[in-house]
Design a protein around this ligand. Structure first.
Ligand SMILES: [Zn+2]
Length: 480
């Protein structure tokens, strides 16, 4: 229950975020520091995210499987080079069944090693390729600074793992899945992400090429919302993932991995939320429309409630995720605010006069007050509501895109201007890609390159930091 106030974004964005997560019942803190309890409303949102991603994975030929939570420590030893960055974040099991374990077990921080080990057994010949697997799972990374959904010790995700005969096939897969993530973010989450390639400094240690989709949050920070890696032959060599080619030669495979996690919930909150709370894109919202009946006495109640129930049933049959709010002892005004805070895209108001006029009121969450309200004849109202959900989805994407574009600033050959931009926006500039340049930019601005956007005009300029030759522009921003 929630009449509590949400801290305004302008006052304290970080508190606003935590207030929204907790007061809308998405998630809460757990007894173990850094862990998160995902509540039913938050989990329903995650299930909708999963369903949309899973459909896309299967449409692109992938199958789901499940691999163990525990990984023999020696597997990570094999991959020391690639997993160096992970070692302080590992949770290690040393006791099992009351006995000290001879072989320590690592709780998976990601599954390249155990899946690599398995692929080595599954793949014999070129006929076994490509091998296209996805896993829905939890992983653990012992993060010191945690935030609900954005960075938690344990989180939920999917990790795709594929093996191919050639570098080109692996690269094509890596980009295909980046495209899947982009399509999901734009068309389901209404977040206009920018797909691009990570710099050497920012890429996954074990990857040849890392790609990302970057989203702008309401405070203009960037959030990496999904990644796709071409792992080259690094893991294939470490785990002997080999195949006999048509020419009878034994060759190493080329592998990829790609993931999207419960972090995307944080992205949805921060890309769309306002001072009233959540604003959920209709395609992912656990409740797409809520009906709030309005009555003052039993006589009105007996007219309004059956009318509302009939409309609710009709919407449900039409496939709308609908909620009829018949909670007792709460005023309609309280209910309006409550559902507004929870980000339900459409509120349906039905009072005695609406019953009389055989009409309903549809109120948009994304357009506050009167301008977002429309009176609709009861006949055809279900169809109108379905259209409205589509309109809201499009409007949310459009407004996020307008915000994003207003806060990305191109800059050339002017480091002072570049620094000024980074205080409150994203800078788009020529970048040589050197680790040195990146380190210095990071130290001086607490900002890193987010990506080299894939969609950019070819050209050449001078690196914003060193003045050296640069053939690509990068986006720089402070990030979560
Ligand atoms: Zn440079």
């Amino acid at each position: 229950m929630s009449s509590q106030v949400i801290t305004p974004r302008s006052e304290d964005y970080s508190r606003w975020y935590t207030d929204v997560v907790q007061r809308t019942d998405l998630a809460d803190y757990a007894p173990v520091r850094g862990c998160m309890i995902i509540k039913p409303y938050g989990y329903a949102l995650w299930e909708n995210i999963q369903a949309q991603l899973d459909r896309r994975f299967k449409d692109t030929g992938h199958q789901n499987a499940y691999f163990p939570l525990f990984i023999p420590e020696e597997f990570l030893e094999k991959e020391k080079e690639n997993f160096e960055g992970f070692s302080p974040e590992l949770a290690v099991v040393t006791i099992g069944g009351g006995q000290e374990l001879e072989q320590k077990l690592v709780v998976r921080p990601t599954s390249e090693t155990i899946i690599g080990h398995t692929f080595a057994n599954w793949i014999q010949s070129y006929r076994d390729l490509p091998l296209l697997i996805n896993q829905w799972a939890n992983v653990v990374r012992w993060e010191m600074r945690t935030r609900l959904f954005l960075r938690t010790l344990e989180f939920l995700w999917q990790e795709g793992h594929t093996a191919h005969a050639t570098f080109e096939d692996a690269e094509e897969e890596t980009l295909r899945m980046l495209g899947v993530y982009t399509d999901f973010a734009v068309n389901e989450a209404a977040i206009p992400v920018i797909p691009g390639r990570k710099s050497e400094h920012e890429k996954f240690a074990g990857a040849m090429h890392s790609y990302t989709i970057e989203a702008m949050m309401g405070d203009k920070r960037a959030l990496q919302s999904g990644t796709s890696h071409n792992l080259g032959q690094n893991f294939a060599r470490a785990f002997e993932i080999r195949y006999t080619d048509e020419d009878n030669q034994l060759k190493h495979c080329w592998t990829t991995s790609w993931g999207m996690s419960t972090r995307i919930v944080g992205a949805i909150i921060m890309a769309h939320g306002d001072d009233q709370g959540l604003r959920l894109p209709p395609r992912l919202a656990p409740i797409q429309a809520v009906i709030v009946p309005i009555f003052k006495n039993d006589a009105e109640r007996s007219a309004v409630v059956p009318f509302a129930e009939a409309f609710s049933a009709e919407l449900k049959a039409a496939g709308v995720r609908i909620k009829l709010d018949l909670r007792e002892g709460l005023s309609p005004g309280f209910k309006f605010n409550d559902w507004e805070m929870r980000g339900v895209p459409v509120r349906v108001e039905i009072g005695p006069r609406d019953v009389q006029n055989h009409s309903v009121v549809l109120a948009r969450r994304d357009v506050p007050g009167k301008p977002g309200k429309q009176f609709v004849p009861r006949d055809g109202a279900a169809a109108r509501l379905a259209e409205l959900l589509v309109e809201i989805q499009a409007a949310m994407l459009e407004s996020a895109r307008t915000f994003r574009d207003a806060n990305i600033h191109p800059v050339e050959n002017d480091y002072a201007a570049f620094q000024e931009i980074l205080k409150d926006g994203w800078a788009y500039t020529w970048f040589c890609g050197d680790k040195d340049c990146e380190e210095r930019i990071k130290d001086e601005n607490q900002a890193v390159s987010r990506c080299f956007p894939l969609d950019q005009e070819p050209g050449e300029g001078q690196c914003i930091k060193c003045g050296g030759k640069a053939t690509r522009r990068a986006l720089f921003a402070r990030a979560y």
